[in-house]
Design a protein around this ligand. Structure first.
Ligand code: CA
Length: 226
């Protein structure tokens, strides 16, 4: 179970991360709405704990934009605002559940378990199609004219980001954030290695899509018109 924890209060973020780790959840953390939206769109998470009051883009806007972008991951919204109107606004924006702060650890864990029990058949098996490529992020499968290959988690995350932004330049910083997360200390050469791996995958599935290097700017997936 991979959980994205979006919380800008450092002490609370650390406390929640420790609780989740102790209960065998894998946790990635971020502090801002912009990072949250980017990570949610990666499709890499089974659950999102989303604080409502965030610097910059607030939790409600993050949620609306993520749902508009087709993100179906269950979201539990955490907030100090507990008026009925605030709860309704959270649920209307696409939250699956809403937990006012302060909350008891046991209640948080129970609500997480409840959200994770959603029947698998309700989970849309999302496919992302660009040109001659089809990516199934949940299954980590890439299909092209020559067949289907399975991808590693990072290859899949990188390719999904590039496919969602096909035709546009994606910066190395954005790839770092999306694939390795905000707290990673990954070396620049790792991106080059993964770009190389992704190019090999494109070739393996017989795709005519080209992953271009734009020196000093980033990378661009160029999809030929079929
Ligand atoms: Ca906050």
């Amino acid at each position: 179970m991979r959980v994205l924890l979006v919380e800008d209060e450092t002490a609370l973020q650390e406390a929640l991360r420790d609780i989740l780790n102790a209960n065998r959840y894998t946790v990635d953390c971020c502090e801002t709405g912009t990072d949250a939206l980017d990570l949610m769109c990666s499709g890499s998470y089974d659950l999102v704990l989303l604080d409502r009051m965030l610097p910059g883009l607030d939790g409600l806007s993050v949620l609306r934009q993520a749902r508009d972008a087709g993100v179906h991951t269950p979201v539990l919204m955490l907030t100090a605002l507990d008026a009925v109107g605030d709860r309704v606004a959270g649920l209307d924006a696409g939250a699956d559940d809403y937990l006012p702060k302060p909350f008891a650890t046991e209640e948080l864990l129970a609500r997480i378990r409840a959200l994770c029990r959603r029947p698998a058949e309700l989970e849309p098996n999302e496919s992302l199609c660009r040109g001659d490529l089809t990516l199934q992020p949940k299954l980590r499968l890439l299909t092209g004219p020559a067949g289907t290959h399975s991808l590693s988690g990072r290859e899949c995350a990188m390719l999904e980001l590039l496919m969602r932004n096909a035709g546009s330049v994606v910066s190395r910083e954005r790839i770092l954030l999306h694939v390795w997360g905000p707290d990673s200390e990954v070396e620049s050469g790792n991106i080059d290695n993964y770009i190389h791996l992704v190019r090999r995958r494109l070739k393996l599935v017989g795709s005519h899509t080209v992953l271009q290097t734009r020196r000093g700017a980033g990378y661009c997936l160029e999809v030929p018109v079929c």
